[in-house]
Ligand binder design. Sequence first.
Ligand SMILES: [Zn+2]
Length: 355
Amino acid sequence: MLMRVLRAPRSLWRLGQNHVAAWRKRREPKGLILLYHRVAALESDPQLLAVTPENFDRHIALLKTLGTPMHLSDMIAAAAAGRLPRRAIAVTFDDGYADNLYYAKPILQRHAVPATVFIATDFIERQREYWWDVIERAILAPTPLPDPLILPFPEGPRQWPASGDFLPAPGWSVLSSDDPSPRHSLYRALMTAINPLSRDQRDKVLSALVTAAQIPEEARDSHRPLTRAEVVTLAEGNVVTIGAHSHHHPRLSGLSAAEQETEIDTGRQRLTAWLGQDIDTFAFPYGNLDAYSGETVSLIKRKGFVLSCSNYPGLVRGDTDRYQLPRLLVRNITPQALQNLIIESFDHLEPGLRA
Ligand SMILES: [Zn+2]
């Protein structure tokens, strides 16, 4: 009995110590990099890439109340120097959709929140839609398709039944548990079949798909890339910094070292030529940990980039590898949901990969 009485204060003391440690850990300076793709109100967004302008405006306003928004390069320099604010937040965009200029930039400007936009340059030069958007346009629409739909794959023609009607299903995405019409299942099947192909193979399949669905090759205004002139306009002022995202947006891990080097160099050279300034930041296309390799990371370092971004959840600290920066993908969620996500992330996410 006596022992128990004596033990109580000690366990209380220990409990207090744990609280102090947890409190200290929470107060530790950390950085969070957010990843967006598009700011647009789309009727159909099966890959969940777009945030509506209304939500984006409220997201950006919120960041200032939750932490310290800063330029990505400044965050990484501050982390290395041990001068990171308690909750540093950097906004990034991938790919180079035109809506980044018309919807995202004015909102960023109004709130004086900076962002880095990583641009794949072939997308800009060809003025065609990204392959995932072409599939959406051909399949998730009431346009008739030949039945069966026959497409030229490298191993030979493959075919899918395509007789079913398309039923519009606002809000449907690849994360939905059911498919409201056969077209939605067909969309999934084609995404899975086309995703692993090389660029040449994919172009062949897409070209046949465009012919079969009788859709124009020109990009829809709602899905088009920035033009070169628009890339320049996007970079004007202090709000948006442009970063490289390769030329053709390949999975770099699937290429030889020489091919990777060409992809990295070409994308960077094009941007440098258009903007008349050096480009020193990079984001790996797709960005998940199997979309690039150790060889890719070495190349990026050797070419003098100051940082490169991946796409896995994690926090930035002083010892985080600045060549494999973690990023938090942001969907079209309410400001309240984003607030919860950010606070949760700062409190519970693990630090990114160490250098
Ligand atoms: Zn991308």
